[in-house]
Design a protein. Structure first.
Ligand SMILES: Nc1ncnc2c1ncn2[C@@H]1O[C@H](COP(=O)(O)OP(=O)(O)OP(=O)(O)O)[C@@H](O)[C@H]1O
Ligand SMILES: [Mg+2]
Lengths: 607, 233
């Protein structure tokens, strides 16, 4: 590559860095002050882009129409963010972060369906910016004028935000509240108002980031999660709450991506992000310019199932064995789904509850298992038993790889890292055509002849899931399980009594990942085909919803949760067009009204 | 001015206050004495709304404030100075003071930077220093000054003498006496008996979340057995 070509790729990278920074800056501001990790931030970006497309179309493609449309779109998203804050988040500031994350994810689902309803499933193409349609020749290459504008805009916005924070009273209050919200409120600062304003500003920035992309990319429904994953990485690499950090990180990541494309290895782009994040966090656990957080908040969920396996469990198991006698066809398929998801949810509940490690990317392990089994069967011709055995091994290896970075983190950093990890695994599945079949996926993952009938496969699944569930329960109540809980309750104290904190966290992740992988393997053979959907972010969230539905407190929670969830989703998908929004509303209802889950709900009555 | 009756409070399931009663008027300094963990800080936090009381009433200046959020209580004119200083480390002295300002409030002695710098001259020299880069004593002066910027008529002071050099303790005592002359009602939590004797009019002794003694500070000075029984002297 010539120096001139390199320079032009770097310029493109700079333009990308600017829009990345706009989104990340808003996320970082919001997190700094409210301590809420806003999953819906990517949805704000997406809304900004859609709205800008519509508004510019309505105002006409004049400079005034274009810029008026862009600014109005940004403002409208700011207003929308304000409404979300007032209606939903304000009630959750004291809640465990898992509930906050789920609530913002519910907003993602609702916004997605709203966008689908308003703009339809097709991508919406925007006009190019009037007056900036041309290109400028730099180093012998044409660089779009619009890119140059974006390049200037990033530092300009950073400067404006810096002025706002350093020179205005609002900025001083924001910085004070970022350091110590409680003290600020004791000095008469109205937190609720400050939070609302910060949320408005943050979401308007995301909306602006989206609107400014109008000439560069079409508005599409998949943008929300793609963007929020990018923004998470930027914010975490830069250091939570640090704007200059976010700027640096956006620059670093966008340039590296541009370089990958320039060097003809564009498939590396998504992995490079994770690599950067892994390296930075390994060296600086709080990001490039972040400061260590004050004492982490206790998860405040009572997550210890006690007592021996009640007789009810054995009765249930017996009944489950007899199910194929009464059920057949579609209901039996659903029953298999429930079993598989119950194992998936149980592995996640173990991680989030007793082990205290919040994961937003658990689908990665499920998918690793599923794809390992599928690839072994289809590409290598392995027999089913061997492929199925490979599933937990592959997922376990993935969990170990993840844990290399993850054990040093906790709370939101961990949640964000897990999300990024899942996004990486997803993009591997999506892009590695030769191995995974890319977006078409794998077909022909059929079970061996003796379990190819649905009733037989159901019984196999039941046996595997029941054994895995019992093993997990034994593990949880054994010596190692207790040690892991001790680490969750107080890492410092655990360290002081000689427990190997990192080792125990790694063990917790390994167990959880391997079991999720096993569930994935069973899933692959039950469906016969796999697609990247298998390990997409929504599946991770499905897992969390099941766990939440069932309640963290009881090991039976995941079973109950998986059953209810499957039934609800099946009913909703069959009867309602916008079932995603419905699921979002159900999540919100759960978060507000039964935060301890249904098992917890019943549990309190039993005691 | 400030009346507390039957105040109870808990951290999670652990109850810490079991019916605390206190009352003080304008221009009066009441010192709350007690050993480590007796519940002094908890009492002040519960009054300020940083911890929601589980029972009891708190009245300040005619307003019932129990259960109100802290910022509303602060805006009624009750100031709070925490025990562990909690200055905004990344903000300068001037910025810290600005955060304490309550622009919409009238009445009460009007504090501004100049007046505060006369009360704590050391702060004037450090005006644009980041609070995180100041000594403990300087930070302690800043927390008090920051709270005064809100023009309070009542003040909750949590162990202002803790961990300070004798000179700084003297400065702090002078400041408290100056505030008393301004007519502020000051509720002070202390373990330092000498400091208490110097500034307080009356004393209350708290032990395990219950008030064991209330009376003029002179009574405490006279009766050594009281001090020995309830305080770590
Ligand atoms: N955040 C907290 N969570 C749980 N318990 C707490 C918390 N803060 C204080 N406690 C407990 O409440 C009791 C009273 O504490 P408090 O801080 O009010 O004591 P104090 O009289 O101010 O002591 P000190 O002189 O050490 O400041 C103690 O038993 C303490 O362990
Ligand atoms: Mg105290």
């Amino acid at each position: 590559m010539t120096a001139a070509a390199l320079a032009s790729y770097l310029l493109t990278g700079l333009a990308g860095a600017s829009s990345l920074f706009l989104v990340a800056a808003g996320l970082s501001l919001i997190f700094g002050v409210t301590r809420i990790v806003n999953f819906a931030h990517g949805s704000f970006f997406m809304l900004g882009l859609y709205l800008a497309a519509t508004l510019v179309e309505a105002f006409g493609r004049t400079p005034l129409g274009f810029w008026g449309g862009v600014l109005l779109a940004s403002a409208a998203v700011g207003v929308f963010g304000t409404i979300v804050e007032i209606l939903i988040l304000r009630r959750l500031y004291g809640a465990p972060e898992l509930l906050q994350l789920l609530a913002t994810f519910a907003v993602v689902l609702i916004v997605k369906d709203a966008a689908l309803w308003l703009w339809g499933p097709e991508d919406v193409l925007g006009p190019r910016a009037p007056g900036l349609r041309g290109a400028v020749v730099i180093f012998g290459r044409a660089v779009p004028e619009y890119d140059l504008l974006l390049i200037a805009l990033g530092p300009a916005v950073l400067g404006a935000l810096w002025l706002l924070l350093a020179r205005t009273r609002f900025g001083r209050l924001v910085r004070a509240a970022t350091e110590d919200r409680e003290m600020a409120s004791a000095l008469g600062v109205d937190q609720a108002r400050l939070f609302t304003l910060v949320f408005a500003l943050g979401s308007a920035l995301a909306g602006l980031g989206g609107a400014l992309q109008l000439p560069r990319e079409p508005a599409s429904l998949g943008l929300d999660l793609a963007i929020v994953a990018d923004a998470f990485v930027v914010v975490v690499v830069g250091g939570l709450g640090s704007l200059p950090g976010a700027f640096l990180a956006a620059l670093l990541i966008a340039e590296l991506k541009a370089l990958c494309i320039g060097l003809g290895v564009s498939k590396l782009t998504l992995v490079i992000e994770f690599l950067v994040m892994a390296i930075v966090l390994a060296i600086r656990p709080h990001g490039l310019l972040g400061r260590p957080e004050a004492a982490p908040r206790a998860s405040a969920v009572d997550a210890d199932g006690a007592g021996s396996t009640p007789p009810l469990a054995w009765i249930l198991l017996g009944a489950a064995c007899l199910l194929p006698l009464v059920l057949g066809g579609y209901p039996l398929v659903l029953a298999i789904d429930v079993l598989i998801l119950a194992l998936f949810a149980a592995s996640l509940r173990w991680l989030v509850g007793p082990a205290g490690l919040v994961s937003f990317g658990h689908a990665a392990f499920f998918g690793l298992g599923a794809y390992a089994a599928g690839i072994a069967t289809v590409k290598l011709g392995w027999p089913m038993a061997a492929s199925l055995a490979l599933a937990p091994v592959a997922a376990g290896i993935g969990a170990i790889a993840f844990s290399l970075v993850a054990v040093r983190l906790s709370g939101v950093y961990l949640a964000m890292l897990s999300l990024a990890f899942a996004q990486i695994v997803w993009s591997l599945a999506f892009q590695w055509d030769a191995l995974t079949g890319g977006s078409n996926g794998l077909v022909g993952v059929w079970p061996s002849a003796d379990v190819s009938g649905k009733p037989a496969y159901y019984l196999l699944t039941l046996a595997v899931v029941a054994l895995a569930w019992l093993a997990l329960r034994r593990f949880e109540r054994g010596r190692l399980g207790h040690a892991i809980r001790a680490v969750r309750d107080s890492p410092l104290r655990a360290e002081a009594v000689g427990l190997d904190v990192s080792g125990l966290r790694r063990a917790a992740l390994l167990v959880s990942g391997a079991l999720a992988g096993l569930a994935g393997g069973l899933f692959a053979f039950s469906k016969g085909s796999l697609s990247p959907e298998t390990l997409s972010i929504p599946r991770s969230v499905d897992g969390l919803v099941m766990v939440l539905l069932g309640g963290l407190a009881s090991p039976f929670g995941p079973i109950l949760g998986a059953g209810l969830f499957t039934w609800l989703q099946d009913e909703a998908a069959r009867r309602v067009d916008f079932w995603r929004a419905l699921v979002g509303l159900v999540i919100l209802a759960l978060v507000f009204f039964v935060p301890r889950g249904l098992a917890g709900f019943f549990g309190t009555h039993r005691r | 001015m400030l009346t507390v009756a039957g105040l109870e409070a808990a951290y999670g399931r652990a109850q810490v206050l079991f019916g605390v009663d206190l009352a003080l008027g304008p221009g009066e300094v009441l010192v709350l004495l007690g050993r480590n963990g007796a519940g002094k800080s908890t009492t002040l936090k519960a009054i300020m709304g940083l911890l929601t009381p589980t029972a009891g009433t708190v009245t300040f200046d005619g307003h019932s404030i129990a259960g109100k959020p802290p910022h509303e209580i602060a805006r009624l004119g009750l100031g709070y100075v925490p025990e562990d200083r909690r200055v905004f480390a990344g903000l300068t002295v001037a910025e810290n003071l600005d955060v304490g300002r309550q622009p919409d409030r009238l009445g009460a002695p009007a504090w501004n930077e100049d007046r505060l710098f006369r009360l704590f001259p050391r702060l004037a020299e450090l005006r644009s220093r980041r609070a995180g880069q100041m000594s403990g004593g300087e930070q302690q002066m800043l927390t008090v000054a920051r709270t005064l910027m809100g023009n309070p008529r009542g003040l909750l002071l949590d162990e202002p003498s803790e961990g300070l050099a004798p000179v700084v303790v003297d400065a702090m005592a002078d400041a408290v006496l100056a505030l008393k002359r301004e007519g502020l009602a000051v509720l002070l939590s202390e373990q330092n008996l000498r400091f208490a004797l110097r500034v307080a009019d009356r004393a209350a002794i708290i032990e395990q979340g219950r008030i064991r003694f209330v009376g003029p500070i002179a009574a405490l000075a006279a009766d050594e057995s009281l001090a020995r029984a309830y305080l770590a002297v």
